[in-house]
Write a protein that binds this ligand. Structure first.
Ligand code: ZN
Ligand code: ZN
Length: 129
């Protein structure tokens, strides 16, 4: 059975600017364009490893050692990006992290613009109980 797909999460065109390091630009079926730079995508990598790391960071507010060592992080770019079927984008980052498969659904939800923040991310916090 065909899945009723949200047109807002269906990409019309995908541009990945690997060589310039600019990031990813996606135009969606509702004519909305999202732009992500690679560090942003790296931060939102949906793989299990990064999920774990984010959870640890969210919990550990007391880590004094991390304050002592402000890590110099070179700006993350991408080495390559490949389409995975027609539902996702796999990005190989310059820090050799390549397990992140960004489904278009996820990408639309993490669109950095304000309209999408309101549409996709406010909904989870707003409970009409
Ligand atoms: Zn990851
Ligand atoms: Zn948006």
């Amino acid at each position: 059975m065909p899945i009723a797909q949200d047109t807002r999460k269906k990409p019309l065109s995908i541009k990945v600017h690997v060589s310039t390091g600019e990031g990813v630009e996606i135009t969606w079926s509702d004519m909305h364009t999202s732009r992500y730079d690679f560090p942003y995508l790296r931060d939102h990598c949906p793989c299990a490893l990064c999920n774990d790391e984010r959870e640890k960071k969210a919990k550990g507010g007391t880590g004094a050692s991390s304050a002592l060592l402000p890590m110099y992080k070179p700006r993350v770019t991408a080495k390559s990006a490949n389409a995975v079927g027609n539902y996702a984008l796999q990005i190989q980052f310059s820090d050799s992290h390549a397990t992140g498969i960004f489904s278009f659904e996820h990408l639309r939800e993490i669109c950095p613009c304000q309209a999408c923040a309101r549409d996709f991310r406010a909904a989870t916090e707003e409970t009409t109980a």
